[in-house]
Design a binder for this molecule. Structure first.
Ligand SMILES: [Zn+2]
Ligand SMILES: [Zn+2]
Length: 222
């Protein structure tokens, strides 16, 4: 588990490992062609939004729309199961985000290049010496899975519109990690490091540098 964890937050210098993505079978089979190997079909960017049981449907719909407004991806909603018991950390009544990523990878439909899990429960990860550190979200960098939690989003403490915007920014931040974006030093970029604080109100867009990395993968338009 410890080896696996190192991959989540630190950027691999070797570039982006894209996951092969296939459209679901349509039933219509094309005959084998000698040219088949040279044809590269336009790649569809599908993202699955996995709603762990208990997630308000309105929140999922809001995040779905928010992601599709900023990224050139199609987000499909998935009604999920309860959070897996194996991920539960009883002493703090939290779920280990790293463990949830392992679970989510197993739920990703073949047609989706990424899966983002959504929960209202508290989630945590290891941070340096701190074994169990509560977080808003966690994403593999680069990778196929990320997870976000509304637990620390300030629901009821800030206006509904601020809370909603935070959740969308959070989703874009963690998805950004899966597309290989590390934390960004630009203070108005949504990829800025939270460093344990709530900083989702600082920026709601990717900076030009981060956007260029997404552009290269075809998940944003100019
Ligand atoms: Zn981050
Ligand atoms: Zn940036």
């Amino acid at each position: 588990m410890k080896n696996v964890k190192a991959r989540y937050l630190f950027l691999a210098a070797t570039g982006i490992a894209m996951v092969a993505c296939r459209e679901p079978a349509t039933g219509k089979e094309h005959p084998p062609s000698h040219h088949a190997a040279s044809i590269t079909p336009a790649k569809a960017h599908n993202v699955a939004l996995y709603q762990f049981a208990g997630t308000p449907p309105a929140m999922a719909a809001l995040i779905q729309k928010g992601i599709m407004t900023k990224l050139k991806v199609a987000v499909q909603l998935m009604q999920g199961q309860p959070l897996p018991a194996m991920s539960f950390y009883k002493p703090r009544n939290r779920y280990i985000a790293d463990s949830l990523l392992v679970y989510l990878r197993g739920q990703r439909p073949a047609a989706c290049e990424k899966i983002i899990g959504l929960t209202t429960r508290d989630i945590s990860t290891r941070k340096g010496e701190i074994e169990n550190w509560g977080v808003l979200g966690l994403g593999s960098c680069p990778g196929t899975a990320c997870v976000i939690s509304s637990f620390r989003g300030g629901k009821g403490k800030v206006s509904e519109s601020i809370f909603n915007r935070r959740m969308i920014t959070l989703a874009l931040h963690e998805l950004g990690h899966t597309y290989g974006l590390p934390h960004c030093p630009d203070p108005v970029c949504l990829m800025i490091d939270a460093k344990g604080k709530m900083n989702l109100d600082e920026g709601e867009s990717y900076c030009a540098k981060c956007k260029n990395k997404l552009l290269a993968q075809g998940v944003v338009t100019k």
